[in-house]
Ligand binder design. Structure first.
Ligand code: CAA
Length: 389
């Protein structure tokens, strides 16, 4: 008997190097408070030349692979908007380097920062149909804008991996959700570009409109009132955006939201402030941050989640935290990983973030990655991944 379907396990990975936004402010000759207070970011994670969405994903997935998971994975969904191949799913490289079982389907999902939420919803429905199966959802992205642009301070890199199953240990996902889609050019990246293009102010407006419209759709369909919600978790391109989102939702919901304040989303911002935007992974790194960092026991509490992907799709849904969730968190490993990171100087940051994507020729890569998996070489235009020594 299926009592619930949802997230059974979650792990995050972010590279072992970061660029401090105080250094970016100095380089731009502006007040660092614009970034730390105005945008709400402290650091951006920077992938080394031998890291990409596949290595970050493999590092996030590896801790989840107990025998029970390996044997039951029927589907691997890889959400990204910084794909490394126009044809082959990044998930297949992860499948290879981690030795996942051959009898499963592997696919890449793309819709800007929203892809992983489509993945979660599809995964929950697959598991409702066949409760013995587990679905692995990975979201991995490198958020890159033009050097010197307004978006540069929101850059970042990271991955999240989740197992969706019946009777999950962490979070039950409720079947109701509210949706809002619109064909709009607020943020996009044509195929020939490695950096995104963005109309920053428009993107904020469309995000907020999508939130209130998706929430209204959720309520029309019989979704829970905000009275019944204890915590909120928003897609976080930068942590200040969660504050703007909360303001817009509270205004739209009126008295239903009266009991909610900054404390309802503050714990979801801890990791994002140190990592930066991770596009498709950002909402779920925020969810992991909330579970890992909330001092209150969230068992039995309900979370409202809002996923937004420019272009655009918004989805609002709710989930209930399972009673014994704390036993299964990986909070110590996540904190240790973030604490161990090394600060980069300007020249190395610029070289790794802006010059590396231009390298398309065959090459061997020196080891810089701090994680367990790395890109070792490109041989005859084939990417070769390996477990680091
Ligand atoms: N001290 C304290 N605060 C300061 C300050 C200072 N010295 N100087 C400025 N600020 C504040 C401003 O008052 C402002 O606050 P509010 O937003 O609360 O009004 C904040 O810092 C930002 O200042 P600006 O509006 O002047 O910032 P900007 O024009 O340079 O750019 C941005 C901000 C548009 C978000 C830009 O960073 C950007 O384009 N980012 C990328 C796009 C993005 O993240 N969009 C979000 C929605 S789209 C989405 O969510 C999908 C996705 O992941 C991309």
């Amino acid at each position: 008997l299926i009592n619930a379907v949802g997230i059974d396990d979650i792990a995050i990975y972010s590279p072992g190097h970061y660029y401090d936004l105080a250094d970016l402010a100095a380089a731009h000759g502006i007040d660092p408070a614009k970034y730390t207070k105005g945008i709400g970011q402290e650091r951006m994670a920077v992938p080394s030349p031998d890291e990409d969405i596949v290595t970050m994903a493999a590092n996030a997935v590896a801790p989840l692979l107990s025998d029970g998971v390996r044997d039951a994975v029927s589907t691997v969904i890889f959400a990204t908007e910084s794909g490394i191949d126009q044809s082959k799913s990044a998930g297949l490289f992860v499948h290879g380097v981690l030795g996942l079982r051959p009898n499963c389907r592997v696919v890449e999902f793309k819709q800007a920062c929203y892809g992983a939420t489509a993945g979660i919803q599809f995964a929950c429905d697959l598991v409702r149909q066949r409760p013995a199966e587990k679905v692995l959802i990975i979201a991995s992205d490198i958020a890159r804008y033009e050097r010197g642009s307004e978006g540069e301070c929101t850059q970042g890199a990271g991955a999240v991996a989740m197992v969706v199953s019946a009777n999950p240990r962490l979070i039950e996902i409720h079947p109701q959700s509210g949706l809002f889609s619109l064909d709009v050019m607020d943020f996009w990246r044509p195929n020939h570009r490695s950096a995104a293009l963005v109309d920053g102010k428009l993107s904020i407006d469309v995000y907020l409109r999508s939130l209130t419209e998706a929430w209204a759709d959720f309520r029309r369909k019989g979704g829970l009132p905000l009275d019944a919600v204890d915590k909120l978790c928003f897609h976080q391109p930068f942590t200040k955006m969660a504050k703007k989102a909360f303001g817009a939702l509270a205004e739209a919901a009126g008295p239903e939201a009266a009991h909610l304040g900054e404390a309802s989303y503050a714990d979801s911002q801890v990791y994002g402030r140190l990592i930066g935007n991770t596009y498709s992974a950002s909402l779920y790194i925020g969810l992991c941050s909330l579970l890992d960092n909330c001092a209150e026991n969230l068992g039995g509490r309900t979370i409202g989640l809002f996923s937004y992907g420019s272009g655009s799709v918004g989805e609002f849904f709710t989930a209930t935290v399972r009673p014994s969730y704390r036993r299964y968190l990986r909070a110590d490993a996540h904190r240790t990983m973030l604490d161990a990171r090394q600060r980069l100087d300007d020249a190395t940051y610029a070289a790794w973030f802006y010059e590396v994507p231009k390298q398309v020729e065959d090459r061997a890569l020196p080891q810089e990655a701090a994680g367990r998996f790395r890109l070792a070489a490109v041989e005859e235009q084939r990417r070769v991944y390996e477990e680091a020594i």
